[in-house]
Design a protein around this ligand. Structure first.
Ligand SMILES: *Cc1c(COP(=O)(O)O)cnc(C)c1O
Length: 347
């Protein structure tokens, strides 16, 4: 039995800072970052930029703010942003693209959240008497609601190349970019080589308590700094957070493959349950989404019953349930999670 130990598979955002992070936070050298004088934030921004192969980066409190600023620096009011129809910016960010950037989101149907150039091209709009021009293509990689799915590298490159030929920019929502790195074996700098801006979170699988990074060209990040201030994200002695972020960046990516193998283990176990619909072959990072439409239980009943047994899951709309593996979940926890789900879903 799990005793008092809760197995929390709702999200990798629940990860707590490691002991090394807490020590680094306590000892961080700090200054006023609004004046650009926090040495730890400056180091984190430099290191993050280097790792994703961009010239500059900006430390922001959340991924939502990183995407909001990323979209803002790549667009003008009244233009269109093209993304897939299950994008995080569309469903989970309070319409910030409309609210802050004044742009219309054009959502394009996709398979598992992954767009192809052939899906994108027919929806691009040129400026005209009736059209708002498309100025940005937005790619989510890995794709959260798609089940942690990945774009093939060639497709990212093709999309960037073709979009740029038309003067359209590309922003990557790489909230879990380092999961894509672990799954593909490609360096972050290669994955993001051709996008104009990339956002990734330190606060998810990398286990930092707070923070995300936006990276891109120096002029874009310069303007981004002002938008960050407007949004209330100009933090002062943020070095205490950046110190944890540096450890997240340097130490945590190398263990993400463990989370991926746990996710695969969960997916394979779930696939054996007759009422569960899932293709374990599609689970390549740390997100497992299954459909329980064939179960007599309602999704809310499943999550409540699982919680009563010490297992936390997230309903993600309709009859879909999401499990996310992370540093605070062991293989034994996953075995226990399968036992609980097996008993509830009539395994
Ligand atoms: C978590 C997440 C974000 C940002 O989330 P915050 O909670 O604002 O940090 C952005 N995009 C995707 C795909 C995410 O999963």
């Amino acid at each position: 039995m799990s005793g008092a130990h809760l197995i929390d598979l709702r999200s990798d955002t629940v990860t707590k800072p490691t002991p090394a992070m807490r020590r680094a936070m306590a000892e961080a050298e700090v200054g006023d970052d609004v004046y650009g004088e926090d040495p730890t934030v400056n180091r984190l921004e430099q290191r993050a930029a280097e790792m994703v192969g961009k010239q500059a980066a900006l430390f922001v409190p959340t991924g939502t703010m990183g995407n909001t600023i990323g979209i803002k620096v790549n667009t003008n009011h009244g233009e269109e942003v093209l993304c897939d129809d299950r994008a995080h910016i569309l469903d989970w960010e309070l319409s910030m693209t409309a609210w802050f950037s004044g742009c219309l989101v054009r959502a394009v149907p996709s398979a598992d959240g992954v767009l192809r150039w052939r899906d994108i091209e027919p929806h691009l709009r040129a400026s005209g008497p009736h059209n708002a021009p498309t100025s940005l293509v937005h790619l989510e990689h890995p794709h959260n609601m798609g089940g942690g799915t990945l774009y093939p590298l060639e497709e990212i490159d093709t999309i960037c190349e073709r979009a740029h030929e038309r003067g359209v920019r590309v922003h990557m929502d790489g909230a879990r970019l380092f999961n894509a790195v672990a799954a593909s074996g490609l360096p972050a700098s290669r994955i993001a080589a051709n996008v104009d801006t990339v956002m990734f979170c330190l606060s998810k699988g990398l286990a930092a308590p707070v923070g995300s990074m936006l990276a891109g060209a120096p002029e874009a990040m310069e303007r981004g700094r002002l938008y960050r201030k407007r949004l209330g994200g100009g933090m002062r002695q943020a070095g205490v957070l950046a110190a944890a972020g540096l450890i997240a960046l340097e130490e945590m990516p190398k263990r993400l493959c463990e989370d991926h193998s746990n996710a695969k283990f969960l997916a394979e176990g779930l696939a054996k349950l007759p009422v569960v619909c899932i293709d374990p072959g599609k689970v390549v990072t740390n997100i497992v989404i299954f459909d329980m439409a064939r179960s007599s239980l309602a999704p809310e009943q499943l999550t409540a019953e699982a919680q009563a047994r010490g297992l936390l899951l997230a309903g993600v709309g309709g009859t879909r349930i999401r499990l996310v593996t992370h540093v605070d979940v062991t293989r034994a926890d996953c075995e226990r999670a399968l036992e609980v789900l097996g008993s509830l879903l009539g395994g």
